[in-house]
Design a protein around this ligand. Structure first.
Ligand code: UD1
Length: 444
């Protein structure tokens, strides 16, 4: 099976790393200091990249995170006939220009789609642009059932026909899509984005009720507005799109990654260190901001970003319940748990978004964490210190959590499954090393 790193497109891109390594060796116990630059948000960059399919004109995205999911999606878009070109400069970061003047809806690589859940977004955009789309069932993190029924129901309401056979979704709308009123059963991020992408080129008005309110959706809508789309309700749970307006090109800068901010802030607090998170925006954390503050993660907004450090009261157990935005992000649940493993007192961490998002618990236990899982709640009793072990990352956010655990542990932790970390983060290991962490990549 071809690894995304090996494909010619990725090797031509500015972040290609000849030897990414499969494991990370972390020497625990080194305090952090200095500046950690927060990258553009992965979860904003992916739908923004797909929006290039809606126009024959150029879409340029600045501040694109150099992670493996972005690489895989750029390869998928290239396979669909989209022109892809990269550039890098100190002010804008990594920039990506996409040109979908020709789109071939038939060419979708099953292996690449299998790597990433967000590839399902191609469905709405391709259907709207080409009147048809065939997409292998998307893959991604094994963190729950992750159905696509909301996506499909919304596209059906917009006049598409959809068949799923042999692991492939076939969608057709030969006469084009039309506007519809769609109330989502729950505020799914991906379904909201998929239906927005379809609605922009559909004839008439689409209203999406119970829409997800994650800031990455607002970022997508701002870019679509720059491209000429007529949308209302940005930031709210009722989004209205007056579709059918031909879109122009645009230049857009990807918003900063709030998950990377929360994760590295937890690392700073865990290590009793102070780090400047450059470009970070604390206001994007929603409920996670006050909850982390109660746990002892101090965040101070400054001109350059956010300074993160442990509060003088130390780390204290807190209760967390993951919820759609502005609730506590499920993507911060695992890193917060790693930090709370050594906090004073107990924490009850409930996961309400994904059914199987506690796979990091066994790995944290190998490192001495005291965690009991009952149903969808993990009960964490803080221990004095974690101890190094060989652990396995099972998804993107679990990988980040185990990096934190390794930083705080006594001894040498080996983290396998490093590609999960690289899928979601742009140079996290290098950026931590620049702040004083001691870790290196290895292939053994
Ligand atoms: C996105 C994020 C992911 C984050 C998640 C929740 C991206 C690329 N990924 O994932 O990092 O953890 O939001 O904030 O942005 N569901 C259905 N049927 C559907 C769609 C969703 O049952 O048709 C369920 C899912 O199984 C899950 C829940 O809804 O239990 C939330 O999923 P959703 O918000 O769609 O997450 P993603 O878009 O996959």
């Amino acid at each position: 099976m071809q690894h995304a790193y090996e494909s010619s497109l990725v090797t031509a891109s500015p972040w290609w790393r000849p030897d990414p390594g499969t494991s990370l060796v972390i020497q625990g116990g080194h305090r952090l200091a200095g500046t950690y630059p927060i990258s553009g948000a992965k979860n904003a960059a992916l739908p923004l990249m797909v929006s290039a399919l809606l126009t024959p004109h150029l879409l340029t995205l600045h501040n694109v995170p150099a992670n493996l999911d972005v690489a895989v999606l750029s390869n998928l878009l290239h396979g669909l006939g989209v022109g892809v070109s990269w550039s890098k400069n100190a002010r804008m970061g990594l920039s990506l220009t996409l040109c979908a003047d020709q789109v071939r809806p038939a060419f979708i690589d099953r292996d690449l789609v299998g790597r990433m859940r967000a590839s399902v977004l191609l469905l709405g955009a391709l259907l709207a642009r080409c009147g048809e789309a065939s997409l292998p069932m998307p893959g991604g993190d094994a963190i729950g059932l992750r159905g696509i029924d909301f996506h499909v129901a919304g596209l059906l309401a917009m006049g598409a026909s959809v068949d799923i056979a042999g692991g492939v979704i076939h969608a057709r709308a030969p006469q084009g899509l039309h506007g519809a009123t769609i109330i989502l059963p729950s505020p799914s991020v991906g379904a909201t984005e998929n239906l927005l992408l379809a609605a922009v080129l559909a004839n008439g008005t689409t209203v999406i009720g119970n829409a997800a309110r994650e800031p990455e959706i607002a970022d997508l809508l701002l870019c679509l507005q720059t491209m000429g789309a007529r949308v209302e309700g940005i930031g709210s749970d009722v989004l209205t799109v007056h579709g059918g307006v031909p879109l122009t090109g645009a230049v857009h800068s990807v918003m900063p990654d709030r998950i990377e901010l929360g994760t590295v802030a937890c690392a700073a607090a865990l290590m009793d260190s102070e780090i400047l998170l450059r470009h970070a925006r604390a206001d994007l954390l929603g409920a996670a901001g006050p909850v982390l503050a109660n746990a002892g993660v101090e965040l101070k907004e400054v001109d350059e970003g956010v300074i993160a450090r442990r509060s003088s009261l130390g780390l204290t157990g807190v209760d967390i319940e993951t919820r759609p935005y502005p609730g506590f992000a499920t993507d911060l649940q695992a890193p917060a748990m790693a930090m709370l493993s050594t906090a004073r007192g107990a924490s009850a961490i409930s996961e309400t978004i994904f059914e199987q998002r506690f796979r990091h618990v066994d790995e944290l236990r190998k490192m001495g964490a005291n965690i009991a899982v009952r149903g969808q709640t993990a009960w964490v009793r803080g221990v004095e210190r974690l101890t190094a072990a060989r652990v396995m990352a099972t998804d993107v956010r679990a990988a980040a959590a185990l990096v934190l655990a390794g930083l705080g542990a006594t001894g040498e932790t080996v983290l396998d499954g490093l590609d999960h970390l690289d899928r979601g983060y742009d140079g996290m290991t290098e950026k931590l090393v620049a702040c004083g962490a001691v870790m290196h990549r290895t292939t053994v």
